[in-house]
Design a protein around this ligand. Structure first.
Ligand code: ADP
Ligand code: ASP
Ligand code: MG
Length: 457
């Protein structure tokens, strides 16, 4: 069995879905379990729908739902016209009816909560509608293209925590349910399709697992099903030496260790969800990152670190972050100061990324969107607080980079013209991160890329 996940751009429209179906066709002998996310842009529209609904903006809410409906129906029409003329013309009545029903249920919920606070479970249901729509269309078309495919509702097996909008999986429950449901589905089908991103609490309330989490869904399924491989199909040639959309010279990386890929994802590389590596790593299942627009390309395989060389593999970034500096001479020669500081972040649900400490001061980075005002107010009782805004974090990632001769010196050389606000060497020896002014970020990334990956390096 293999798990194949297709992201938004791989199913963006009729042409992309057709390409995706031809990729799946070649894997039919491996019992593919296909995980899809929403068609690109749809989850953003659903988030807007939630906002308009809460604001009581009926007109915009209705407009969004109707544009979601039109987009999916256009995709169905486009695909129906692409079916081989030798095959029967697909009857699209049922799939169009399904699209109408799903969009009607969105509208029912939107109307019910118009102008009020939407409970998180209903929000999760609304935001995950993109995956229901896309998976139904892809399944319908796989069958129309001659691939015997069963559609499975992820909410029948993806049991999660009760953190409705950013849930994590209950692995023993998922293992129990996914195996029996998927085995049963393969009795009458050669492929199975389900949705990423969404889950359900043990009580049956809808959840989602955070933006970009279809990768996590796929990796979890791979783990619980003991898949031979997990394939993450996206819009770039695998994991690259930097984000190819901002560094055109970035090259694909053939092999990365699980630890390197996880660190890259944690430090900003959007190509994989940060939680997507651990399930694959736990069972030593190779995870491939492949380009659905260039299916014959090599892509990247993420695997056990024994076969991976030491050294810098990639550069990642978080473009908009803040640095909170806490200065208090009272921290010198006292114990428990760090516990006190971090408990304040925990209390207000603000997650900390980089940390740098000295005896009298602590600096941490947080996402620019994090609600830090109550944190800063409470920290002010401990010491002097300053907040640096409009900063970016840039990280170089690779196995044992700190131990590689000259790597750290090369970083300093590459960024010598930029002001560095903070620096942190991950305790894992896998990353070296710096904080710079946001307008400087691109220059710093390009200089680092030139140093490590261009000029014959
Ligand atoms: P999908 O919709 O398929 O899940 P995403 O947009 O979530 O795709 O992830 C793919 C994107 O990740 C690429 O288009 C690219 O801009 C970005 N990215 C960031 N860092 C990297 C990197 N190191 N290698 C490849 N892509 C990267
Ligand atoms: N559709 C969801 C999102 O846009 C999940 C995913 O793409 O992985 O965040
Ligand atoms: Mg993604």
């Amino acid at each position: 069995m293999i798990v194949m996940k297709f992201g938004g751009t791989s199913i963006a429209d009729a042409a992309a879905i057709k390409r995706t179906i031809s990729i799946i066709t070649k894997k039919m002998r491996s019992k593919p379990v296909v995980v899809v996310s929403a068609c690109s842009g749809i989850t953003n529209l659903l988030h807007q729908l939630v906002d308009f609904t809460e604001q009581g903006d009926k007109e915009h809410s209705e407009q969004i739902i109707s544009s979601i409906k039109d987009r999916h129906k256009d995709t169905v029409d486009g695909l129906a016209s692409m079916v081989d003329p030798k095959r029967p013309t697909p009857d699209t009545t049922d799939i169009n009816q399904k699209i109408d029903n799903l969009c009607n249920s969105l509208w029912t919920l939107s109307k019910a909560h118009m102008g009020g606070q939407i409970p998180d479970a209903d929000k999760a249901y609304m935001i995950s509608m993109g995956e229901y729509l896309s998976s139904n269309i892809v399944c319908f078309m796989m069958n129309a293209f001659g691939l015997k495919t069963a559609w499975i509702d992820a909410r029948h097996f993806m049991i999660t925590s009760r953190n409705y909008l950013c849930a994590t999986a209950d692995i023993p429950e998922v293992t129990k349910r996914a195996n029996s449901i998927i085995d049963k589905a393969f009795k009458n089908a050669d492929a199975v399709i389900t949705q990423g991103f969404m889950g359900v609490t043990i009580e049956g309330d809808p959840t989602i697992m955070g933006r970009g989490s279809s990768d996590y869904s796929a990796s979890l399924l791979g783990m619980v099903l003991d898949a031979d491989r997990i394939e993450i199909w996206t819009d770039v040639d695998g994991i690259c030496t930097a984000d190819p959309n901002i560094v055109p010279e970035a090259k694909g990386i053939n092999k990365l260790s699980y630890e390197e890929a996880a660190e890259l994802a944690r430090f900003g590389a959007k190509v994989l969800h940060p939680l997507s590596i651990e399930p694959a790593a736990g069972k030593n299942i190779p995870l491939y990152v492949l380009n659905s627009m260039n299916p014959d390309g090599e892509g990247t395989v993420v695997m056990n670190s024994q076969c991976i060389f030491d050294g810098v593999k990639s550069i990642s970034y978080n473009e908009n972050i803040r640095v909170i500096n806490i200065y208090s001479p009272k921290m010198i020669n006292t114990t428990g100061s760090l516990t006190r500081i971090f408990s304040i972040f925990e209390k207000h649900g603000v997650s900390v990324d980089m940390i740098s400490t000295s005896e009298a001061s602590v600096s941490v980075t947080v996402d620019a969107k994090a609600p830090i005002d109550p944190v800063v107010a409470e920290l002010s009782k401990i010491g002097n607080i300053t907040v640096d805004r409009d900063k970016s974090q840039v990280s170089i990632i690779g196995k044992n980079i700190i131990g590689v001769k000259g790597a750290v010196a090369a970083v300093f050389e590459a960024v010598s013209d930029s002001k560095i606000y903070m620096m942190s060497q991950g305790s894992s020896f896998l990353n070296l991160s710096i904080v710079v002014d946001r307008p400087e970020m691109m220059t710093v990334i390009r200089n680092l890329h030139k140093t490590f990956f261009e000029n014959g390096n």
